[in-house]
Design a binder for this molecule. Structure first.
Ligand code: HEC
Length: 196
């Protein structure tokens, strides 16, 4: 009974908490996340319930005990990896579409925590330093590769960051823009091309 109360209370918290998070905080806790964490709470509650049942059969051998722990471990990791691969795709629909012009939309994508660009790149003094400063990236892009236009270079930088690695930086940029739908990718490129 106490387990049931705890499970219901934690799930209520998961669903109510986002109501108090301000949009400006940048924290997103969308439907898929809530469903996922609710399922985890139910699962953990169920495990606790099994553990407390008086007629819980103890494992017949140490080997079986280890095997059951291993199965639960692998299954949970598998679920988490599966979820992590699915989640970013629907997360992108949240922002960027509301913005008006392609430039505004592209800027919104750049500053969207799901895309993560600003975490590694600075524009106009604000942003991360793990990647090159992009304040004048459109000008820089036209000179990076002799045979390539600025547009083509930028597109390649987003879709295939390893194709040309900017000297003194590490090859750590994720090809995250591959997940953007084509019109969002174009908006992002349009925005980058304004950074002269
Ligand atoms: C984990 C950090 C990281 C993230 C996130 C990231 N980048 Fe990068 N980016 C880098 C690094 C490091 C480089 C330089 C190495 C290279 O060229 O791959 C780079 C290179 C670039 C370049 C080429 C710059 C030049 O001077 O030639 C562009 C353009 C760029 N990133 C845009 C973006 C955009 C847009 C996003 C968001 C969709 C993004 N990056 C996300 C780290 C990151």
């Amino acid at each position: 009974m106490r387990i049931l109360i705890a499970v219901v209370a934690i799930i209520a918290l998961i669903w109510l908490l986002p109501l108090f998070l301000s949009v400006e905080s940048g924290l997103k806790f969308g439907l898929p996340y809530r469903v996922f964490f609710s399922l985890i709470v139910i699962f953990v509650g169920f495990v606790f319930y099994l553990l407390r049942a008086p007629d819980m059969p103890s494992p017949k051998s140490a080997g079986r005990a280890v095997a059951s722990v291993a199965i639960v471990f692998v299954a949970s990791i598998g679920l988490i990896v599966l979820f992590a691969n699915l989640a970013p795709q629907f997360a992108f629909e949240s922002k960027g579409s509301a913005a008006g012009t392609p430039i505004e939309s592209g800027k919104a994508i750049f500053n969207d925590p799901n895309a993560g660009c600003f975490l590694c790149h600075a524009v106009g003094g604000a942003g991360g330093t793990r990647g090159p400063d992009l304040s004048h990236v459109a000008t820089v892009a036209s000179k990076r590769r002799p045979a390539m236009s600025a547009e083509d270079y930028l597109k390649e930088s987003l879709l295939n960051p390893s194709a040309y690695v900017v000297p003194t930086f590490d090859n750590i940029m994720p090809p995250i823009a591959q997940r953007l739908p084509p019109e969002k990718l174009n908006d992002l490129l349009t925005y980058l091309m304004t950074l002269k």
